[in-house]
Design a protein around this ligand. Structure first.
Ligand code: FAD
Ligand code: MLT
Ligand code: ZN
Length: 482
C-alpha cells in the first residue's frame, strides 16, 4: 500500500501543478486509449524537470512503490496503464515539453520526453528540417513514449523506427540516479548500449527524460497518390516497381483494405472515397523530393501509368493539391479511430519477412475466418516493412465480452500462425500488458531468461512499470515453456 508520508513528500517536492491524488483527475489517465484496460493509481505525478523526476524515482524506490511512466497515453498495448490495485503512481512526463536545442547545422534536436510529436514537426519545419517519423497519434504521442516503444509509423520504409533516429538519451534509472547520454556520438564502443536498452524498454528499466534526435532536410515537394488494386501481392509488386523507378523517393507505402476504408467512410465525418469505384485493396503512397530538386510527381505519374497499363494497378489518383493529400492521409490515419467505434476486435501487430507478407495475409485470413465463423480480418498498414495490423473484427452483434472470451482464442490462433511463419507478435506497438501472456507463451526461454535478468539487474525492486513487457518467472516446477 502507498503510505501517506510518501504522498506528502511527493506533494511537497512537486507542488500543486505536479501532484494530484484526486481520483477524478487521475481517472482519464488510468485507462488505455481504446478504453479496454482500466486501472487505478494512488497519485498522478507530473514533474517539470529531470531533477524532479530523479527525486520522485528515488523516493518511490526507497518506499518500494511502483511507478508507471506515461507520455500521451496512446499506447496500443496498454503499456502506460497501471493495474487495478491502485498501488502504483502514474509518472506523467507531459510537463517536460521543452525542445532544449534545435540545430540545423548538426541536424539534431534535443527534446524533453513530453514534447508532442506534432509540435516537434512544427518546430523543425521552421528551421528547414524535419523529424522523419510520423503516425496517426502524432497530436498526443510524446518523444518519451515513442522512444520507449521504439515506435514505427508510416515512414519506416525510408527512415527506420525510433531506434535509428535516436542519437542520445538522458534517463533516470530505477534507483533515482541520472544518466546523461545525450551526446550524439557516431561511434561509441564502451560495451552494452544502455541507450538501446531504454529505447523499446517500455519504461521498465528507467524513465527517459530527454532524447537527442536525428533530423533530415525538409521536404521540397511531395506527391501523394491513392491506388486501387486487387491483392496484397500486387501491392508489394507495385512497391518494388516504384522503388526501381524512383529509388528512395517513396517514403510511405500504406496498405488499406476495402473493409478498413469502408469503416472510415462510415464512422469518420467528412471523409470520402478517393476513387470512383471500390477496390478490394488500396495503397497510399507518398513520394518526396528534397529542396531544389524536381518534384517527384512526374516520375510517380509515369510509374503509375505503367502499372495501370500492365494491370498491376486497377485505378489511381494523384492528389491535386496539399488539401487533397491531407485528405488521403486522413483516411489512412483514421483507421484505428473507425475500428474503435465499429465494435470489438482482437488487435494484432505482426511482422513476417516482407516478401512473405502477402501470402501470410491470404492464408492467415482464410484460416482465421474459417476457424472463427462470423469474424472478419481487417489487415492494414505498413506492408513495405512486413508489418500489418492483422485485426480480427468480432461477429456482427457481439458485445464487449467477446474480447475476453473468443477474442483471446482468436489472438492465440493468429499468433501461432505468425510464429509458424517465423514472425513477431509485436512489430511496433510493444508488449505492454496486452501481449504479456502471449510473449511468455511464445518466446524462446533463453531470450526470456535474458530479459528477466536485465530487468532484475537494473530494477531489483521491480518498481518500474511492473506487469509490462517482462513476463514473471514461472513458479518452480510449473513446467511451462517460459
Ligand atoms: P504512452 O502511451 O504514454 O506510453 C507508451 C509506453 O512507453 C508505456 O509503456 C509507458 O510506460 C512508456 N513511457 C512513456 N513515456 C516514457 C518515458 N518518458 N520514459 C520511459 N517510459 C515511458 N505506434 C506505432 O509504432 N506506429 C503507428 O503507426 C502507430 N499509430 C497509432 C495510431 C493511433 C491512432 C494511436 C492511438 C496509436 C498509434 N500507435 C502507433 C501507438 C502509440 O502512438 C505509440 O506507441 C507511441 O509511441 C506512444 O507514445 P505515448 O507518448 O502516447 O506513450
Ligand atoms: C496504425 O498503423 O495505424 C497503428 O499502428 C494503429 C493501429 O494498429 O491501430
Ligand atoms: Zn501501425
Amino acid at each position: 500500500m502507498t503510505s501517506s508520508p510518501l504522498l506528502e513528500r511527493l506533494s511537497a517536492r512537486l507542488g500543486p501543478k505536479g501532484f494530484t491524488a484526486d481520483p477524478v483527475a487521475i481517472a482519464p489517465w488510468a485507462e488505455d486509449w481504446r478504453g479496454r484496460w482500466k486501472g487505478a493509481a494512488a497519485a498522478l505525478l507530473s514533474p517539470a524537470s529531470t531533477e524532479e523526476v530523479a527525486d520522485v524515482v528515488r523516493l518511490c524506490a526507497e518506499a518500494r512503490v511502483p511507478l508507471v511512466p506515461q507520455g500521451g497515453n496512446t499506447s496500443m498495448a496498454a503499456g502506460a496503464t497501471p493495474d487495478a490495485s491502485g498501488d502504483a503512481m502514474i509518472l506523467s512526463l507531459r510537463r517536460m515539453n521543452r525542445i532544449r536545442a534545435l540545430d540545423a547545422d548538426t541536424d539534431s534536436a534535443v527534446c524533453e520526453a513530453g514534447v508532442i510529436l506534432a509540435d516537434l514537426h512544427t518546430a523543425t519545419a521552421e528551421v528547414g528540417r524535419r523529424f522523419p517519423l510520423t503516425l496517426g497519434a502524432k497530436g498526443s504521442a510524446t518523444i518519451g513514449g515513442l522512444a520507449s516503444t521504439n515506435a514505427g509509423g508510416t515512414q519506416v520504409l525510408r527512415f527506420g523506427t525510433m531506434r535509428t533516429l535516436i542519437q542520445g538519451i538522458e534517463a533516470v534509472l530505477p534507483d533515482g540516479s541520472v544518466w546523461n547520454g545525450l551526446t550524439a556520438l557516431k561511434k561509441d564502443n564502451r560495451g552494452y548500449d544502455l541507450k538501446h536498452l531504454l529505447v523499446g524498454g517500455e519504461g521498465t528499466l528507467g524513465v527517459i527524460t530527454a532524447a537527442n534526435l536525428r533530423l533530415v532536410p525538409a521536404v521540397g515537394a511531395r506527391s501523394v497518390a491513392w491506388i486501387g488494386l486487387d491483392t496484397p501481392d500486387a501491392a508489394l509488386d507495385l512497391l518494388r516497381m516504384l522503388e526501381a523507378a524512383m529509388g528512395d523517393a517513396v517514403e510511405s507505402f500504406e496498405l488499406v483494405p476495402r473493409v478498413a476504408l469502408d469503416l472510415v467512410l462510415a464512422h469518420v465525418p467528412g471523409t470520402r472515397a478517393p476513387l470512383a469505384e471500390p477496390h478490394a485493396w488500396n495503397v497510399l503512397i507518398e513520394a518526396v523530393s528534397p529542396m531544389a530538386a524536381p518534384s517527384p510527381e512526374k516520375a510517380l505519374y509515369e510509374a503509375l501509368h505503367s502499372a495501370l497499363g500492365t494491370g498491376l494497378a486497377a485505378d489511381a489518383v494523384i492528389a491535386a493539391n496539399e488539401r487533397q493529400a491531407e485528405n488521403f492521409w486522413r483516411l489512412r490515419d483514421s483507421i484505428s479511430e473507425a475500428e474503435k467505434q465499429a465494435g470489438p476486435a482482437a488487435k494484432h501487430d505482426i511482422s513476417v519477412e516482407v516478401a512473405a507478407m502477402p501470402r501470410f495475409m491470404r492464408e492467415g485470413s482464410a484460416a482465421v475466418e474459417s476457424a472463427f465463423p462470423g469474424t472478419r480480418v481487417i489487415a492494414f498498414g505498413h506492408l513495405g516493412d512486413g508489418n500489418v495490423h492483422f485485426n480480427v473484427g468480432a461477429p456482427l452483434g457481439a458485445g464487449p465480452e467477446w474480447q475476453e472470451s473468443e477474442g483471446t482464442r482468436v489472438t492465440s490462433y493468429a499468433h501461432d500462425l505468425v510464429v509458424a511463419a517465423g514472425g513477431s507478435i509485436s512489430a511496433e506497438h510493444g508488449i505492454g500488458q496486452m501481449r504479456l501472456a502471449e510473449l511468455a507463451r511464445l518466446t524462446d526461454p533463453a531470450r526470456l531468461a535474458a530479459q528477466r535478468a536485465i530487468k532484475a539487474a537494473l530494477d531489483p525492486h521491480g518498481i518500474m512499470n511492473p506487469g509490462k513487457l517482462v513476463p514473471p518467472a514461472p513458479a518452480p516446477g510449473a513446467g511451462s515453456l517460459a
